[in-house]
Structure formats: C-alpha cells, structure tokens
Design a protein around this ligand. Structure first.
Ligand code: PBG
Length: 331
C-alpha cells in the first residue's frame, strides 16, 4: 500500500490542534487586560454623553461620565486611558491646549483625582483638536506647518499636561524633534517622572476618518506633509529610531492593522515597550460589518487584537478595551 502522506509523514501539526485544552496549551499569544489602553473623548460644555455616529458604542464624555469611565477602567484592570479633549473654542495657535483650564487639562485633573495611581493616565499631546484650522501644528505665513514654532507649543502643552497629572504624554503630531523638545521642557519643569509615548511611526491614514467626527475636527486639507506616506516601511524604522534617540519611553505604530510589518520592525528594534493604535476606522469597519451580520463581531475583535499582539505590540490602544477586558477575564 502506498503511504497516504508520502512526504514528511511525521509532520502532523494537527496533533496540537486536536482539543481545546491542547490548543490552549500551545497558544503563542494571549490578550491581557493590562496591555489594553482605552482612548476616551471629553468634550467641553457637554451636559450628557454624546454618541459618535461613525463609532457605534463610543461616546464623547462629559466631565462626570469621563470620571465614571476612568473608574470602570481601573476596576476592569486595563492598562490605562488615553485622553483626547474637544474644546468649545479653537484658534490658530491652539491656545486651549496650554490653558490650565482648557478641557484636556481639566479632564486630566478630574481623572487623576478619581483613579490616583491605580490607572495609567495618558494624554494626547497634539494641537489638532485645539486649532481652528485643524492641523497638528501652527501655520507659517505661507500656510505651511511651522515645525519648530510648533515644538515650542508642544513643550508648553507637555508641561501643562504634566502639571495636570498625566503619567504619560503621547506626542502624536509628527513634527520632527517633538520627543526631544518635550523631554527637555518636562525636565526643565521638574517633571522628569512624566513619560513620553512617541507616536513614532504614524501614517497619513484613511482609517482616521471616524476620529475626525469624534473630535469635531476642523481640518479641511490633509496631513501628508507631516504624517508618513502609507507606502513606506523603512521610513517607519527611521522614525522609531529617532524617537528612541530623543528619549521616548515607549514608541507607537499607528494605525495597527494595515501596518503590522512596521509594528514587527519596531518590536524587533526597540529596547522600550512598543504600542500599537487600533484606530477609529479599524473599529468602525468591524462594527459596521458586524452590524450587517457579515462577520462575528466578538471573534473579529479578538482576532484583530491577537494579530496586533502577534505582530509585536506590547500595548494596544483600542476602543474595545473595556469590553475585551470583560471577555478575556478568564481566558
Ligand atoms: C491627532 C490624532 C489623530 C488620531 C489620534 N491622534 C488623528 C489624525 O492624526 O488625523 C486618530 C485616532 C483614531 O483614528 O482613532 N492628534
């Protein structure tokens, strides 16, 4: 009789897939609540939480509902929260970002008073929510982004956020030198314990679409002159290396799912923890497909997060953080 498996007859990987217990034993990657960070939106002047139509299940928070979410996050044992502020008034310089009574700084103090050191509290260090033109930096007379004048704004913003209690500031504006500039300002302020999450490799992605609604973005153009071209992998490594050299305590790749190669590169080269941001469009895609009955929502969410982890993320920012923490409690 001829051998039914003539080549490598001993190679039977299915042995390890036979039972749930066996699959559990040999599973290479597991999700942990502690690795997940929940991005949250706080909007100035809201009296009730407001739905975001392109992100079903995600809301803009009031000061009170934000405190509740932070308490829930601490109870759920997730790794942290990342705060985004939506101010009532915007101007060319993004003044609200550096006003101690600006919405993001107020929210940081609220959240810190609620959770203390039980939860890592992070804040978005970027001007786009605060500028009336919606760009991540201030503009030069010719309408281009003035990189170095923006750095000074980021320095002030970082100091405000540190003073308001941020444990980690997330430099997401993609200006050259932002990590070094913010580190220098924080140290000068006596905030040497405040850590920096460098949004090191951040791409000019279509997947930020729903976020623009979440923060009522004023942007009309695009961010192609500062965020990376989606086609570039090697450049992602360069950006990671620069943020590391400037003193980033953690580095991030963003978005996640379309940039898993960049994430794997970062995981290989980085001596500090690597984060990935599963952005609004990634969330919206799965929610929309699931709402149509086209995919199994829970399996798709877990698969997406497992893939991000498998590619090398130590930490993942995801709008599903609280729900997933619940699901994986006993995993
Ligand atoms: C910029 C910023 C953006 C996101 C996080 N920080 C938007 C952008 O770069 O245009 C997007 C996050 C998401 O889509 O979930 N401060």
């Amino acid at each position: 009789m001829t051998d039914p498996l003539p080549y490598l007859p001993n190679a039977r990987p299915r042995r390890l897939r036979r039972t749930p217990a066996m699959r559990r034993l040999v599973r290479e990657n597991r999700l942990h609540a502690a690795d997940l960070v929940l991005p949250v939106f706080i909007r100035e002047g809201l009296t009730e939480p407001a739905a975001i139509s392109s992100m079903p299940g995600v809301r803009q928070h009031t000061r009170d509902s934000l405190k509740q979410v932070a308490a829930d996050a601490a109870t759920a044992g997730i790794g942290g929260v990342m705060l985004f502020g939506v101010p009532a008034v915007r101007d060319a310089e993004g003044s609200g970002a550096t006003d101690p009574d600006g919405i993001l700084n107020v929210a940081l103090r609220d959240v810190k008073s609620e959770v203390g050191s039980d939860l890592v509290v992070m804040s978005d260090l970027c001007l786009d929510e605060f500028t009336d033109h919606g760009h991540c930096g201030v503009l030069a007379a010719d309408g281009t982004i003035d990189n170095d004048r923006t750095l000074v704004r980021y320095q002030d913003m970082g100091v405000c956020q540190a003073d308001a209690g941020a444990d980690i500031v997330g430099t997401s504006g993609m200006m050259d030198g932002q990590v070094g500039a913010v580190r220098e300002a924080l140290d000068r302020n006596g905030s040497s314990d405040t850590a920096i999450l460098g949004y090191a490799a951040k791409y000019a992605s279509a997947f930020y679409g729903p976020f623009r609604e979440a923060v009522d973005s004023a942007l009309t153009g695009d961010r192609l002159s500062y965020q990376q071209d989606v086609a570039n992998r090697r450049e992602g490594s360069r950006e990671i290396a620069l943020d590391l050299a400037e003193g980033a305590d953690l580095v991030m790749v963003k978005p996640a799912m379309a940039f898993l190669d960049v994430l794997a590169d970062a995981a290989r080269m980085s001596p500090v923890p690597v984060a990935a941001y599963q952005v609004s469009g990634e969330y919206a895609m799965i929610e929309a497909a699931a709402a149509n009955g086209w995919i199994d929502r829970r399996r798709a969410v877990l698969e997406s997060l497992t893939g991000i982890k498998r590619a090398g993320a130590d930490i993942t920012l995801t709008y599903w953080a609280l729900e997933v923490a619940e699901w994986i409690r006993d995993a």
